[in-house]
Write a protein that binds this ligand. Structure first.
Ligand SMILES: [Zn+2]
Length: 361
């Protein structure tokens, strides 16, 4: 398995499976083993450690990591299980089942650095990276200008190990701590800092204050999903898992905020239309954050610009209704816009408009 693939946590798995949790001590859950325990027992043989991301059954001997547990419970091999999980996680979906347990830590206690700290590190980090010609061409093709590409700060993440270690040393020499920064990790054997060389380019995710709070990765070969978070697991070597964040392109100067699904899409559409866009990392994620950010902006109007296939996609249609309900409950004025169905995303449509204008001019 390639190094970059390992960031499935027990939390990810517990969100998506059915298990009977009987007791909890610290971060260890005592569960009924679905293989060897009779139902209605008071104590099971299966122990799951939510922080160490491990499980073991003291009766049948099944044991392993989070991914292996998921594979076992869903009857897949780990490769298939990984595919499925990676896709769901990177799209920001959280399928909640009825697993009752309380984490003895919050995601904060997983030591993710503050937005200020992440912003400082990611800004310096991006300066030390380059954008490959191939990635630049991809961004130009999507409708961004060379200047916009530079300003937004997209960079190629696939870098050789020596260069990676050098970049990490440079960051530390600048007085920056890589502790708690998703995507970076410390090798257990040498204690050297490194980052995960995702095969793709980084898309900075900014909060309302313009701070870069996370990086999304546009993958070169989207076998599982096109986008992933720049993230490092804290099992094995010592890293930090990413948290989902929504992306705000800028503060609006006309009181109008567009909302769409996708960080890069938000950047492109914002550039082409000259409006403020908020990009949700997934249609089902960051809804609370969305309301919080909108409360701070107090927009006159919110324009929902979701992909034109929303009607066919149950998941999207469902979440769109949820968002509308939430906006209404919070007293926001909003409308949904649609366009020629030939163009799926608002970015595709705006690019089409720009190109036809150019041709007729
Ligand atoms: Zn068992």
């Amino acid at each position: 398995m390639r190094r970059e693939l390992i960031d499935i946590t027990m939390e990810d798995v517990l969100d998506r499976v059915r298990l009977t949790v009987l007791k909890q001590r610290g971060n260890e859950l005592n569960c009924l083993c679905p293989y060897c325990d009779e139902p209605h027992r008071r104590e099971g043989h299966l122990y799951i450690n939510v922080v160490k991301d491990t499980f073991i059954c003291h009766k049948c001997g099944r044991q392993g990591n989070a991914l292996q547990l998921y594979a076992l419970l869903t009857g897949q091999d780990t490769k298939e299980a990984y595919k499925e999980l990676a896709q769901e996680i990177s799209s920001g979906l959280r399928r909640l089942h009825h697993i009752q347990y309380k984490l003895q830590y919050t995601s904060q206690q997983k030591n993710i650095a503050t937005p200020e700290e992440r912003n400082k590190v990611y800004r310096e980090f991006l300066k030390l990276l380059e954008l490959s010609e191939e990635h630049k061409q991809d961004l130009l093709r999507r409708g961004l200008s060379e200047i916009a590409i530079r300003v937004k700060g997209y960079k190629t993440l696939f870098v050789g190990k020596e260069k990676r270690l050098e970049i990490c040393r440079t960051l530390q020499e600048k007085g920056l701590s890589l502790e708690g920064i998703p995507g970076f990790f410390k090798h257990k054997s040498t204690w050297e800092w490194d980052f995960i060389p995702y095969r793709g380019y980084a898309i900075p995710v900014r909060n309302l204050n313009g701070q870069i709070v996370g990086l999304q990765v546009r993958m070169d070969e989207p076998a599982f999903s096109k986008y992933r978070w720049f993230s490092s697991a804290n099992s094995g070597d010592v890293g930090t898992p990413a948290e989902a964040n929504l992306h705000v392109t800028s503060r609006p100067d006309d009181g109008v905020v567009y909302v769409t699904e996708g960080v890069l899409k938000a950047d492109i559409a914002s550039y082409l239309l000259g409006k403020t866009f908020i990009g949700l990392p997934g249609v089902g994620s960051c809804h609370k954050q969305l309301v919080e950010v909108l409360k701070q902006i107090q927009p006159k109007l919110i324009v929902l610009a979701f992909d034109m296939d929303y009607r066919e996609k149950k998941e999207v249609a469902f979440n769109l209704e949820k968002i509308k309900k939430m906006l209404a409950e919070n007293g926001f004025k909003f409308k949904q816009i649609t366009w020629d169905r030939e163009f799926k995303g608002i970015d595709d449509y705006l690019l089409h408009l720009k190109q036809t204008q150019k041709r007729s001019a």
